[in-house]
Design a protein around this ligand. Structure first.
Ligand SMILES: Cc1cc2nc3c(=O)[nH]c(=O)nc-3n(C[C@H](O)[C@H](O)[C@H](O)COP(=O)(O)O)c2cc1C
Length: 140
């Protein structure tokens, strides 16, 4: 049976990234993720990225390592990582979250609750909120 891994990280975007640059990142992400069975969401706001990757363990780890080396951002920080039974993002091979005004504020709120360690259920709540935003963006 395939082990499903889910992780959430946050990073600082390279200065001067445009909406077109973010669209190009999403295009590349989806092209690679679909054949690998990786789903997730990418939030890009206010100079920060936050991204959820979920899928087969090895594919997620390899993809994360590749992303972490990308010069379009820096200082990636893993916020949560763990095996899961089910996906949150079903068939979103990488949803672009554009409506969440500042995901890092939420992540910081989560962090302060437990000294730099974010409880998994709290991170999962944030991921659920992004899913709702993705669904609202598509329907609206
Ligand atoms: C914030 C960010 C998120 C990214 N997310 C993904 C991703 O989910 N999957 C992926 O394969 N590449 C992702 N990338 C792109 C990779 O870092 C890398 O550029 C890409 O896989 C190279 O493939 P390409 O040259 O075929 O576009 C991301 C890059 C950045 C900066």
């Amino acid at each position: 049976m395939t082990i499903l891994l889910r992780l959430l990280y946050a990073s600082e975007a390279q200065q001067g990234l445009t909406d077109d640059d973010i669209a190009a990142i999403l295009e590349s992400a989806r092209r690679h993720n679909e054949p690998l069975g990786i789903t997730g969401a990418l939030s890009a706001r206010g100079g920060h990225f936050a991204q959820v990757l979920e899928g087969p363990e090895l594919a997620v780890l390899r993809t994360y390592v590749r992303i972490a080396d990308d010069t379009r951002h820096h200082d990636p920080q893993l916020i949560t990582i763990g095996t899961v039974n089910d996906r949150i993002y079903g068939d979103w091979f990488m949803g672009g979250v554009t409506d969440d005004s500042n995901p890092l504020v939420q992540i910081d709120e989560l962090r302060t609750l437990r000294d730099h360690t974010v409880r998994r259920d709290q991170a999962t709540l944030l991921m659920g909120r992004w899913l709702a935003l993705l669904q609202a963006q598509t329907n609206g």
